[in-house]
Structure formats: structure tokens, C-alpha cells
Design a binder for this molecule. Structure first.
Ligand code: G6P
Length: 367
């Protein structure tokens, strides 16, 4: 299939802008909009009797799994463990019968993720693969395949595949919560209604692009950038740092906001931009106090939040990116957009090869 860049300068930009169109395909596959329910394909396993979920993947796909960990625990009250695939396969995890392993992979060919799938199967786990390439080896070998339906992704830095992984995992978490009797029908309807708002909210988020382009001038001058978040925004902080590193070659680290005081705070000075991902939610106040610690040490804060969060966070030396208010569950899908645009615009300013960054491959089929 021939894929072009359309009106965009890079495939990555095209793929970022495609998200409001591809997300409805993904949700369309797993949601019945009239009944406001999640509908999964026939599964050879009973989600209601799952006792443990292990999640494993590499790179960006791992961070999609790390967001889903919060969803599975909150919606389905199932204990979850998550591992980098290259660790999982050698860790000798004592997986018990009754558990499922979820492997997540855009390409479906990543060597460590595939080896983890085989390892989990040997230990008697049912393996659910969340993959973008339905003909891939991982899709063929898994017990259950949940396609992410993002379409072909060319940019090495994953963008639309990531949010489609989130969409698929959110549906699986809701279906598990329903099967376990943790979520009521009303809960499910409310969650599905929120999911149906995602494309519109993504379109709103994309409007921040010119503002992000301006503030990426600060980032392009930085040597190091710190990303902070709490709850489901913590994996987004990890993803933000990964994206920036991958394509701009600026060193970046993602941290759980509460962990700041246990090390990274020592790095903060007026040369260090700190991107804080913090919608106004139940942990917002905690994150504000972390931001105050950064501001007190001269760190330059870029706060990605909503209007309520922007009004409440009164910290000096701060730039704010303001998104619409939204239910907390879908926030990771929407907040991914500014995270991706920050990396993209910074890399463009740095003049790197955005779609084919040095030393990286789209699919890593070696150990
Ligand atoms: C490579 C790519 C990353 C990707 C990771 C996992 O490192 O550069 O963008 O997240 O592999 O790839 P997968 O195809 O398994 O999602």
C-alpha cells in the first residue's frame, strides 16, 4: 500500500493529525454506541475468572500498558504486573494458572515481546495480543488478537498506534470490569460515553500546535528536560520523555511527580525545563506542590492542564497549555497529543530526521 505524507512535512505530523480519524475506527470495533456498551469479539477465555494480568511490551507500547495497569486495577480490581519484555522473558516470574498476559506491539514483530508471548504461553497463560499489524507473528501466535486499527504507521516514533493501543486497552479493561461484576451498567455507559468524546477532544487538543511550536523554542535550547506526572499521567511523562529523546536527541527523563524529591530535584536549575502533565483530577493538588518545589529552585515549568488546573496552579516561571475539561479516564488519550507535539516541534527546530531518527528502527526484530 502506498502511503504519502499528504499536506504534512513529515509522516509523524500526518500520523499525529490522523488521530481524531483513526480513534473512531478503533472504538467502532469495540463499542456499541447505541447501547453504550463495550463489545469484544468472541474470546476463548472468561474475563470474569481472570485472577491476574501481566502486561509486557517494549518502548511506547509498554507505556500504553502502564496506563492500562491503572484502568485494570480500578475498573476490574484485578492485580496487574507490568514488565519490560526484555526483562519479563528472563525474570522467571511465577505466573499462576488463571492469569492472562497482555502483549502490546505496533509491529507485532518485536523480538523481546514475541519471546515474552512464548514464555507466558509455556507457563499456561492465555495471551492477549494488542497489535497494529494483524498479519504479524505476535498476532498469529497469540490466543486472542485485539487489533488496534491505527492504519499503517511510518514514523519511527509511535503516535497514532499508541493512542489506538490505549483505546483498545480501555475497552478491554471495561469489559473485564463488567465480567467481574465490578462495573455496573451505568458505569459502563458513562465510560463508553466518555470514549465517544475522544475524537472531538483530540481535535481541540491539536489546536494547541502553534502555541507548542512557540514554546518548543525553549526546549530546543535545553540540554535536559524533565517530565512529571501522577497516576495515569506518570506513564505519559515517561512517554513524553521517550518521544523527545527519540526524535530531538535532547536528554529527557520521565518521573512520577511524587518521586521528584528522591533524586531528580537535585538537577533542577533555571536551565531545566520541566513539563508537568496534570489535568485537574484527584491528585492535582499533590502535583501542584511538586511544581512549587521545582519553581522554588528556578526550574522553568510547562504545565499541561485544563482551565481549572491553570486557575489553581499559581507558580512562577510557568507556561501553560490548556486543554478542555474531560473525564479522567480518557485524559491519557487526549494529553498524548500535546506530548507528541512538544517532541515533534522541538525535533523540527533541532533539524533532525524526524521520521527516521538516527540509530532507531521502527521494528526491532533482534534481541
Ligand atoms: C522500537 C520503536 C518504538 C516502539 C518499540 C516497540 O523501539 O522505535 O517506537 O515503541 O520498538 O515496537 P512495537 O512494534 O513492538 O510496538
Amino acid at each position: 500500500m502506498l502511503v504519502d505524507k499528504g499536506n504534512h512535512r513529515h509522516f509523524m505530523a500526518k500520523e499525529i493529525y490522523e488521530q481524531p480519524e483513526v480513534i473512531p475506527h478503533t472504538f467502532g470495533h469495540y463499542i456499541d454506541p447505541t447501547k453504550e456498551t463495550v463489545v469484544l469479539p468472541e474470546l476463548p477465555l472468561d474475563l470474569g475468572s481472570v485472577t491476574h494480568i501481566s502486561i509486557t511490551a517494549c518502548g511506547t507500547a509498554l507505556y500504553a500498558g502502564a496506563v492500562a495497569e491503572y484502568w485494570f486495577e480500578r475498573f476490574a480490581r484485578v492485580p496487574v504486573s507490568i514488565d519490560i519484555a526484555s526483562e519479563f522473558r528472563y525474570r522467571e516470574t511465577p505466573l499462576q494458572p488463571g492469569g492472562i498476559t497482555i502483549v502490546i506491539s505496533q509491529s507485532g514483530e518485536t523480538a523481546d515481546t514475541l519471546a515474552s508471548l512464548r514464555y507466558a504461553k509455556e507457563l499456561g497463560q492465555k495471551v492477549v495480543a494488542v497489535v497494529n499489524v494483524p498479519t504479524s507473528t505476535i498476532a498469529r501466535e497469540a490466543d486472542v488478537v485485539l487489533p488496534t486499527l491505527a492504519g499503517v504507521e511510518i514514523g519511527v516514533a509511535s503516535t497514532k498506534a499508541f493512542t489506538c493501543q490505549l483505546a483498545t486497552l480501555a475497552c478491554l479493561a471495561v469489559a473485564t470490569g463488567r465480567a467481574k461484576g465490578v462495573l455496573t451498567s451505568d458505569d459502563e455507559h458513562r465510560l463508553v460515553r466518555a470514549m465517544m468524546e475522544v475524537p472531538r477532544l483530540m481535535t481541540e487538543a491539536l489546536k494547541l500546535s502553534p502555541e507548542i511550536e512557540l514554546l518548543s523554542r525553549t526546549l530546543a535550547k535545553a540540554q535536559d528536560v524533565l517530565y512529571l506526572g501522577r497516576g495515569t499521567n506518570y506513564p505519559l511523562a515517561l512517554e513524553g520523555a521517550l518521544k523527545l529523546k527519540e526524535i530531538s536527541y535532547i536528554h529527557a527523563e520521565g518521573y512520577a511527580a511524587g518521586e521528584l524529591k528522591h533524586g531528580p530535584i537535585a538537577l533542577i536549575d533555571e536551565k531545566m525545563p520541566v513539563v508537568v502533565i496534570a489535568p485537574y483530577d484527584r491528585v492535582f493538588e499533590k502535583t501542584v506542590s511538586n511544581m512549587e518545589e521545582v519553581a522554588a529552585r528556578g526550574g522553568r515549568i510547562i504545565l499541561v492542564t485544563d482551565q481549572k488546573g491553570a486557575d489553581l496552579a499559581n507558580v512562577t516561571a510557568m507556561q501553560k497549555l490548556i486543554l478542555p475539561e474531560m473525564p479522567a479516564t480518557i485524559a491519557p488519550l487526549i494529553y498524548s497529543i500535546p506530548v507528541q507535539l512538544i517532541a515533534y516541534h522541538t525535533a523540527v527546530l533541532m533539524g533532525t530526521d524526524v521520521d527516521q531518527p538516527r540509530n532507531l528502527a521502527k521494528s526491532v526484530t533482534v534481541e
